[in-house]
Design a protein around this ligand. Structure first.
Ligand code: ZN
Length: 230
């Protein structure tokens, strides 16, 4: 049964382990969340994010600050949760994770420099196919914590790119070149680009390039998770 139908009938069951949720829990139980591989601090996460993107992508993505809450492992409970969020249309779950990420970002002062939040867009066709852009919902959650606007319209996906799954870093880079276009209204702002999971950094880098071309003053990035080296 599709997860959203299951949730209509059993709204108080964990999406990962299917055990009954406590009144204070939403979508995912505390035991499953405790299994996620969380970074110790925003600064530790930023260092790993920088280093990982540089080694996987070649260091062409420069960002002011980078936030990332979890390391993502294959076949983990976090993977199940993110899968449910992405493909089963659990909007509120994506927003909740965004809000938590935003609160975590506020544990340092760096997040206060951000002026505008922009999610990495899905192509219009893909959005219909998947029904919602999870990066946008995560961005909305971050926006609620940071009290900042989410401006999805400032960055558009110009063309439909083939799925990135199974492509090498070089192929991803080629697949995404020129895929995004930023609005002129981005000029002079400190932009926070938001995505769900960073794999090679190719998507973020392509989006970042468009943001820079649009004349943004600074660029920072945030994602729920960074894919661990398997
Ligand atoms: Zn659970």
């Amino acid at each position: 049964m599709r997860e959203e139908l299951l949730h209509l009938i059993f709204p108080n069951v964990c999406v990962v382990c299917h055990s009954l949720l406590l009144p204070a829990e939403a979508y995912c139980c505390h035991r499953c969340i405790a299994e996620f591989d969380a970074f110790k601090s925003p600064w530790a996460a930023e260092e790993v994010l920088r280093h990982t993107i540089q080694s996987r992508f070649g260091g062409t993505l420069h960002f002011e600050h980078g936030w990332c809450r979890y390391l993502f492992h294959k076949h983990s409970s976090l993977q199940e949760l993110l899968h449910a969020m992405k493909y089963e249309g659990l909007f509120d779950l994506a927003t909740t994770f965004g809000r938590q990420l935003g609160e975590w970002m506020l544990s340092g002062d760096d997040a206060l420099q951000v002026e505008v939040i922009v999610p990495v867009p899905l192509h219009r066709l893909k959005k219909i196919e998947r029904s919602f852009n999870q990066a946008e919902k995560i961005a909305e959650g971050i926006g609620q914590s940071l009290h900042l606007p989410v401006r999805s319209e400032l960055l558009a996906r110009k063309r439909y790119t083939a799925s990135q799954t199974g492509l090498s870093a070089a192929m991803r880079k080629k697949n995404l070149a020129g895929a995004f276009q930023a609005s002129k209204a981005i000029a002079g702002r400190h932009v926070l680009l938001v995505d769900d999971v960073v794999t090679t950094g190719a998507t973020l880098a392509a989006a970042a390039e468009a943001v820079r071309r649009g004349g943004a003053a600074s660029l920072s990035v945030a994602a729920i998770a960074l894919a661990a080296k398997e």
